[in-house]
Design a binder for this molecule. Structure first.
Ligand SMILES: [Cu+2]
Length: 199
């Protein structure tokens, strides 16, 4: 893990930790009703385009759980591991995978066209939904999920630029509400167990 990625992972964990803390503090309010407002701190509406060029919104996934991560296809280290873990998770869930959408959202719309995303995820699992969109659409989705990302380099001069980004996976429930998060180092078996507990 490079220092930069470690810092991002820590920053992401702190953000998620704060959201969980908020959710937990609300959860234990007598009656527990306000918990949803805390849980809603991560996640929200998005409108993006999938690897087949179809417009997809968060509402398309209602009724299923979502295992969501943000990254980019040129990512050298984190994203390949994360996407493989999503593919493995869906495989290990067996028939229950019908109830879970594995979603990879690009933070690099300049290079990640629908066609590029299709190549990228289909080599791992054709079941993964890969999403891209306009810079504004991606910014809105990242903001909803409290995901940080920033181009590291000069795309105008060098096509091999990196994009720093939060390296977390989010499990969202059938209503699109935050359930829990994992890191890119969480084994697929751990995610499978966590998902089975809430299915
Ligand atoms: Cu990455």
């Amino acid at each position: 893990m490079t220092r930069r990625i470690r810092i991002l992972a820590i920053a992401g964990a702190v953000l998620v930790g704060g959201a969980i803390g908020l959710a937990a503090s609300l959860w234990f309010v007598p009656g527990g009703v306000p918990a949803l407002s805390g849980a809603a701190a991560i996640g929200g509406p998005f409108t993006l385009v999938d690897q087949n060029g179809e417009t997809r919104t968060d509402r398309d996934f209602r009724g299923r759980f979502m295992l969501v991560t943000f990254g980019y296809t040129h990512c050298p280290d984190i994203c390949p591991v994360t996407v493989q873990a999503i593919g493995d998770t869906l495989d290990q869930l067996g028939p229950a995978a019908d109830q879970v959408a594995g979603i990879f959202v690009s933070v690099d719309p300049q290079r990640d066209t629908p066609a590029a995303l299709k190549d990228y995820v289909h080599s791992v699992s054709p079941r993964i939904v890969a999403l891209t969109g306009s810079p504004a659409q991606i910014a809105a989705a990242a903001r909803a999920y409290r995901v940080y990302y920033r181009v590291n380099g000069d795309p105008a001069r060098d096509q091999h630029y990196a994009v720093d980004h939060t390296a977390l996976l989010y499990l969202m429930d059938r209503e699109g509400r935050f359930v829990t998060h994992f890191t890119h180092q969480t084994p697929a078996a751990t995610m499978v167990a966590a998902i089975r507990r809430v299915l």
